[in-house]
Design a binder for this molecule. Structure first.
Ligand code: FES
Length: 71
């Protein structure tokens, strides 16, 4: 039985997970940084819109985390 949760794989072509992407975004939160690091988007390209949506979520998560720590 797989322990992988739905949505864990962001780029199927290069087998890149959300954790892989987040590790890059903690240093440089751009889709281009992920494309450069892993090659995402250079095969079928299906992950590119997913990366843009995930980046918005990541940035919101970061912003709300920072706000919560200030209060
Ligand atoms: S899913 Fe990322 S290039 Fe195909």
């Amino acid at each position: 039985m797989s322990t992988e949760r739905p949505g864990d794989t962001v780029c199927e072509c290069f087998d890149i997970s959300r954790d892989d992407v987040y590790a890059i975004w903690r240093k440089q939160p751009t889709v281009a940084a992920v494309e450069k690091a892993f090659g995402c988007g250079r095969d079928c390209g299906n992950c590119v819109p997913r990366l843009h949506s995930l980046l918005k979520f990541f940035l919101l998560e970061q912003a709300s985390g920072r706000k919560a720590r200030r209060n």
